[in-house]
Design a protein around this ligand. Structure first.
Ligand SMILES: C[S@@+](CC[C@H](N)C(=O)[O-])C[C@H]1O[C@@H](n2cnc3c(N)ncnc32)[C@H](O)[C@@H]1O
Length: 233
């Protein structure tokens, strides 16, 4: 499958940055969000692990599968139909991908098929987040909506990765960019507001503990375990 031109350029910037990309990256404001430190990260890796949607990145310890055969991708395939035998992978990462696929239920069942019994699946999806196409953007998920995809798998952890201040800041910056007509001005708005507003992101350290945080959460996560026992070689 041929990736759209804007994605090719985005992946190239990530994987093979030129000096101008490096300069831009050095000046880039910090992300307007902080990660929830209570999100578990240490579920065991096996001999075979799968990272879905890591185009433009090298992901050590994983087979990197994406729609497009761009640098960093080991297997180019549509994750609705994974080209692997069943019960192979100990751990599967699917971070910010489900909003971009036509049929998330079918894709998660396909991931479950290739997971080893006792293996772990990490799903991360946006709830309140601006439209972003990779190469399409079909939907958003609430934590309960994400859990509907678990099927027979056991939910071992769930929560918010990024909180309500992240939501407020990403929308404020996007809104400001909408108000200016020229691309260069949008870049300036991104730069200036990004640097001015990013310290507010630390409010989420407290706000993510509030029961009301879920009304405006930015990204939620779920860790699922495939029932049964076993390890890949
Ligand atoms: C928002 S990006 C994910 C970012 C990634 N988690 C990271 O940290 O760099 C979504 C990725 O999913 C890929 N993707 C979208 N639909 C897909 C599908 N049906 N099968 C496999 N990959 C897909 C896109 O090409 C894109 O690289």
């Amino acid at each position: 499958m041929i990736p759209p031109e804007n994605l090719v350029e985005r992946y190239r910037r990530r994987f093979q940055p030129r000096w101008s990309d490096r300069l831009r990256l050095a000046l880039e404001p910090p992300a307007p969000m902080i990660m929830n430190r209570r999100e578990p990260k240490d579920f065991p890796l096996g001999r075979w692990n799968l990272y879905i949607g890591g185009a433009g990145r090298r992901v050590e310890g994983y087979v990197n599968l994406d729609l497009f055969a761009v640098p960093g991708v080991d297997v180019a395939a549509d994750a609705h139909c994974l080209p692997f035998p069943g019960a192979l992978f100990q751990r599967v990462e699917c971070d910010a991908v489900l909003e971009h696929v036509r049929d998330p239920e079918r894709m998660v069942r396909e991931i479950e098929r290739v997971m080893a019994p006792g293996g772990y699946l990490h799903l991360v999806t946006p709830f309140c987040h601006p439209f972003h196409e990779y190469p399409k953007d079909y939907r958003r998920f609430t934590p309960d909506g994400l859990k509907l995809l678990a099927g027979d798998m056991e939910v071992v952890a769930e929560g918010w990765r990024t909180g309500p201040t992240a939501t407020a800041l990403v929308f404020a910056i996007e809104y400001a960019k909408l108000l200016v007509p020229w691309r260069a001005w949008r870049a300036a708005a991104h730069f200036v507001l990004g640097w001015l507003l990013f310290p507010l992101r630390y409010l989420d350290l407290a706000l993510m503990r509030s029961p009301y945080a879920s009304r405006l959460g930015n990204h939620c996560y779920l860790w699922l375990r495939k029932r049964g026992t076993g390890q890949t070689g």
